[in-house]
Write a protein that binds this ligand. Structure first.
Ligand SMILES: Cc1cc2nc3c(=O)[nH]c(=O)nc-3n(C[C@H](O)[C@H](O)[C@H](O)COP(=O)(O)OP(=O)(O)OC[C@H]3O[C@@H](n4cnc5c(N)ncnc54)[C@H](O)[C@@H]3O)c2cc1C
Length: 644
């Protein structure tokens, strides 16, 4: 049994669709030994890595998941411990040297591309999503350290190449690569989750030049790890009336949570207060932590915490996208197996029309989401590699300039597509897990088959690493902001999509163009109505002048109310269209993929039409109600103030 060999869609990417040559070309730095003589050789090795992960996961993790779910983690004498089965699976991962997969060779790693790591992560999540979450805080944490040190300039990067070995966190990264330690990302606090500007944990710089951290963090995955990235406040919020201004005073720190002393004892600096009692994800530790003067190393400059956090989160959100797909794959396979075996009213339930429809939709959704996830991962990977190549690449000055331009495009595409992936994959995983339970009927509600475990585990996916609503707000703001920045380009896109929807020869391309027309029409509607709602006169002005007017007098609490109301609907449209574009492109390169594109369009077209209808015809009543509530609150506040 192998989670690689039995998945022809994953093999399609490893064997045909991943542009190994492009990845390899972008990873040529000065002074670096070339590991593989040809791309063919390199690709063969990466496939072997993928296949080994698939076998290992099927052998060492999958058989343990029911016990992992039952055992959970424990807290004894201030130390959190993974359950025995989880610990055994991670020993196997360590023995197989899985944690060093993506780390550069100079730091003891295998140096395989990120895409292998992400697809490997999907296979781990197919077995157990809590194991995948914990896994990501090993090698992934090392990569983040390396990336941070490049960004802040402590890893030398220039005409002589990249000094990976001399990087600021070299020792820590090697510890992580060996699997001797792991880390965590500590952002959330009791009163600040989505609202990061409200974070209160603080860092104070002492006379000895050392920063010390104070405060509480909650919900910290793998919070029993050694290396913590902690976001803490170094500057007070300058404008309490602006809900976003608090972001500017945040800084990023690397905190060592404990030291293991030569006498075998552990000296703990960060206190583990409790482990959260969760509905699912029982294998992974989720901890509440207390910082009481714990020393931390500043990353980058003071006040750059939000920027550094976003860098990490983008990759982490792509990771959660793959996690969600892994879980959905498990749910679909479980549903199909049960539906084939269980009979009702004279035939297997898989042959009953409604159930067959569910199974068909699950298969299409998973493959379509994987196409989006792979695209996001490649954007992330190539943007990073092209950045390094443009600074220290082993090519001509012209090559490096070209790399810079390509990097900017990859970055932009990554920023556009990642919230769509996080939103669509996690919401779909939940829907698929729920349908799997339904297909199991009564036994789905028992622990016998594990359908309920998948459902419990799926529920958190649209919550952590930025909720679905936050992803929707990001997608909406970027989309509308882009139109305001380049109104002419938008007008061109509208005209182009309209023309293509009638003129293109390929019927699938025509259908996609029709969907794009609806998407652009929804965007235009939101922008025009938002402007009308706020400034009755603005709608008469040219769109190019809106950006200045809209941002000059901006009240984030209520402006863009209509766009915020419909942000999730818009995100659904954007995700459906983005996936259709990727699948059509695949169909052009590999004709056998056209069938998938067609099946996707069959369902997505209807959804886009429905969402367009909702966006353009609903909202007035709710917005009027919110406005009235706001006015009432303001009036009673003023009355209270006058009485005092
Ligand atoms: C199992 C688990 C693991 C986690 N791991 C980590 C971790 O490793 N590190 C870490 O720092 N955190 C972690 N978290 C915390 C997680 O990131 C937060 O729970 C999440 O960001 C939401 O924050 P919140 O819980 O404070 O909800 P809130 O921010 O209070 O949100 C509550 C609801 O309101 C919605 N909402 C909030 N603001 C808006 C808005 N402007 N518009 C529309 N809707 C809005 C949200 O979408 C949500 O539905 C984890 C959580 C869980 C459950």
């Amino acid at each position: 049994m192998s989670f690689y060999a039995d998945n022809e869609d994953i093999r399609f990417y490893f064997e045909r669709a991943i542009p190994w040559d492009e990845i390899r070309a972008a990873a040529r730095y000065k002074g670096r030994e070339v590991t593989f003589a040809t791309t063919l050789e390199a690709a063969e090795f990466y496939r072997e890595v993928g296949a080994s992960v698939g076998e290992l996961v099927a052998k060492e993790l999958a058989p343990r998941v029911a016990k992992i779910d039952r055992e959970g983690a424990t807290l004894e004498n201030g130390e959190a411990h993974d359950g025995p089965e989880m610990a055994a699976a991670f020993r196997a991962f360590k023995d197989a040297e899985l944690h060093r997969m993506c780390i550069p060779a100079e730091l003891g790693g295998l140096d395989v591309p990120l895409i292998v790591y992400f697809l490997g992560g999907e296979m781990i999540a197919r077995a157990d999503v809590s194991a995948m979450t914990h896994f990501s805080f090993h090698g992934g944490m090392g990569l983040a350290m390396l990336w941070y040190s490049m960004q802040e300039g402590t890893t030398k990067l220039g005409p002589d190449g990249i000094d990976f070995a001399g990087t600021r966190f070299a020792d820590y990264i090697q510890e992580l690569a060996r699997g001797d330690a792991w880390g965590s990302m500590d952002i959330t606090e009791p009163n600040a989750g989505s609202d990061m500007a409200a974070l209160r944990a603080r860092a104070e710089l002492g006379d000895d030049g050392v920063y010390r951290l104070y405060g509480q963090k909650i919900f910290i995955t793998s919070g029993h790890g050694k290396f913590h990235f902690v976001v803490a406040r170094t500057e007070e919020n300058k404008d309490p009336h602006d809900p976003m201004s608090g972001l500017g005073g945040l800084s990023m720190f690397l905190v060592k949570a404990y030291d293991d002393l030569p006498n075998g004892e552990r000296k703990r600096h960060v206190v583990i207060e409790r482990l959260e009692e969760k509905l699912g994800h029982h294998g992974s530790v989720t901890a509440a932590l207390q910082f009481d003067g714990v020393p931390g190393e500043l990353i980058g400059k003071r006040g750059e915490g939000f920027k550094y956090m976003l860098t990490l989160m983008n990759g982490a959100r792509v990771g959660v996208g793959f996690e969600a797909i892994g879980l959905a794959e498990a749910a679909m396979r479980m549903a199909r197996a049960y539906a084939e075996e269980r009979h009702s009213m004279g035939k297997a339930i898989a042959r009953h029309e409604m159930i067959a429809d569910y199974l068909d939709e699950m298969e299409v959704d998973i493959k379509a989401l994987r196409a989006l996830a792979v695209t996001c991962a490649l954007n992330e990977e190539l943007a990073q590699k092209l950045y390094m190549f443009s600074e220290a690449g082993d090519g001509t000055a012209e090559d490096r300039t070209r790399a810079k331009a390509e990097m900017a495009k990859r970055k932009q595409d990554g920023r556009r597509l990642t919230p769509l992936l996080k939103y669509a994959a996690t919401e779909k995983a939940l829907e698929i897990a729920r349908r799997n339970m339904q297909i199991h009927g009564g036994v789905g509600y028992t622990k016998e088959y594990g359908a309920e475990r998948l459902m419990r585990d799926a529920l958190v996916l649209p919550v952590y690493e930025g909720t679905s609503q936050i992803q929707s707000l990001m997608a909406m703001k970027d989309t509308l902001g882009d139109i305001m920045k380049r109104p002419q380009a938008f007008a061109m896109r509208v005209a182009e999509a309209r023309w293509q929807s009638i003129s293109l020869r390929d019927p699938l391309a025509r259908r996609l163009a029709k969907m794009s027309t609806l998407s652009l029409s929804a965007q235009q509607h939101l922008l025009t109505r938002t402007a009308k709602d706020k400034w009755k006169t603005l709608a008469k002005e040219p769109m190019s002048s809106w950006m200045v007017a809209l941002t000059k007098d901006w009240d984030p609490k209520k402006d863009f109310a209509r766009a915020m109301l419909h942000a999730e609907r818009l995100t659904k449209i954007l995700a459906d269209v983005a996936i259709a574009e990727i699948l059509l492109e695949q169909g052009e390169k590999w004709p056998e993929r056209r069938e998938l594109c067609e099946r996707w369009l069959d369902r997505a077209e209807l959804r886009v039409r429905a969402m367009h209808e909702e966006i353009t015809t609903t909202g007035d009543r709710l917005l009027a109600m919110l406005e009235a509530q706001e006015q009432e609150a303001r009036a009673s506040g003023e009355a209270r103030a006058a009485a005092e």
